[in-house]
Ligand binder design. Structure first.
Ligand SMILES: [Zn+2]
Length: 161
């Protein structure tokens, strides 16, 4: 499934949100929830610096969707994100019945970047969304924005080292 040009602004917003997370001392991930008509309903960035490592934006958006959208609205919605959903977020996305996922950088890309930076492996395995939620349509990566996301992760981990 391809990423259309008119979807790029949503992905650029995800990268902006990731940069905002970085500026507030958090891991650079950002996500946007868009309804079937293209309207942005909610957005968030990583908030794990609080100490709660489940505070991923995709998880927050899945719970927001469950609270505020009908099942049909959720199925028609798209979640745009700077980095492919982790297994926790992919599961939440599928359990609440959200529609498509479009990501800038894949989990595989992120894992290889973090490995190059010497970042220890996370406690949860890195798996593609399709392994967790085979019924969810997924598009990505988006090469023209992936370098920006890579640079944000490099800055985050260099800043800590
Ligand atoms: Zn996640």
């Amino acid at each position: 499934m391809v990423v259309k040009d008119d979807e790029l602004p949503y992905l650029r917003r995800c990268v902006e949100l990731a940069a905002e997370a970085l500026e507030s001392g958090d891991e650079p991930f950002g996500s946007v929830l868009v309804d079937g008509d293209g309207t942005v309903l909610a957005e968030d960035h990583n908030r794990v610096a609080s100490g709660d490592r489940t505070r991923h934006p995709e998880f927050e958006l899945a719970r927001w969707a469950a609270a505020h959208m009908s099942p049909a609205e959720r199925a028609a919605a798209t979640v745009y994100t700077s980095g492919e959903h982790c297994p926790m977020c992919a599961a939440a996305h599928a359990w609440v019945g959200l529609g498509r996922i479009v990501y800038v950088a894949s989990s595989e890309q992120l894992a290889s970047w973090l490995s190059e930076l010497g970042v220890p492996a996370p406690p949860v395995r890195t798996l593609p969304v399709r392994e967790i939620a085979p019924g969810v349509a997924v598009a990505g990566p988006v090469p023209r924005l992936a370098d920006e996301v890579r640079e944000l992760h490099r800055r985050f981990h260099r800043g800590r080292g």
